[in-house]
Design a protein around this ligand. Sequence first.
Ligand SMILES: N[C@@H](CCC(=O)N[C@@H](CS)C(=O)NCC(=O)O)C(=O)O
Length: 223
Amino acid sequence: MTPKLYMNEVSPAVRAVLMTAKALNITLDLKEVNFQEGEHLSPKYLKLNPQHTIPTLDDKGLIIWDSHAIIAYLVGKYGEHDSFYPKDIEKRAVVDQRLHFDSGLISHILKEIMNPIIYGASMDTSHDFYEKTIRIYDLVETFLVDSWIAGNYLSIADFSLIASISTLNIIIPIDPLKYTRIVRWLHRSEKETFYDANRKGLDKIRNCIQYDYVQVQDRICKV
Ligand SMILES: N[C@@H](CCC(=O)N[C@@H](CS)C(=O)NCC(=O)O)C(=O)O
C-alpha cells in the first residue's frame, strides 16, 4: 500500500518530504489538508496527529509526523542506498546537526511567517524576523564549505534546508554578494530533478506575499 502523506505544498516541511520522495523515486498518496476550513483541527486529524501539524505520514498504520523524522524514515525504509542519510556515524552526525538546526531554529521562524499565510491570522511584526533570518543566512553560508549542506554528497539535510531557505528567500531576499555559497547551492539544487517538488508550493507563497515581509500581515491567501 502506498504511504499516505497529509500535506499542503505551501508548507516548507511538506516540501522537504516531497523532495525526499522524488529523490528516492517513491510515490506517496497525497492527502491535502485544508487549513482554512480547520481540517487539521478535526477530530479525525487530531486522532492521527494530536499536534495538528503537516506533514504527517501514514505508512500502513505507522503514523509519523515532523518532516525531519519522516524523511529519515523514508530513506531507511525505501532508499536503495544510504547516501541521503549515511549509516556512517560521523557523516550521520553532521547531517543530524543540520537537521536539528532546521528543526530547532528555522522551523520556529517559518511557523510564525507561515501561520498568517495558511490561517489568514495577523502577523506579529514585533518579532525581529529580519535579524533572525540574516543570522540564519550567516550560519548556512558557513555550513556550505562543500557542494552540499553536509559535505560533498546530497543528503536529507539539503531537502530540509532547501525548502526552508528558499521560502525565507521570498520573504527576505538573499543578498547574492554576501551569500555566494547559498546562492550557488540553491542554483545547483534547482537543476536537480528533486527540486521540481519544491516549485509549486514556493510559487503559491510567492504569489501570496509582497516582497516587503511586513505586508504579509495585510494579506490573506487562499492556499
Ligand atoms: N517541525 C515541524 C513543523 C511542522 C509545522 O509546523 N507545520 C505547519 C505548516 S508549515 C503546521 O502544520 N501548522 C499548523 C499548526 O501547527 O496548527 C516539521 O518539520 O514537520
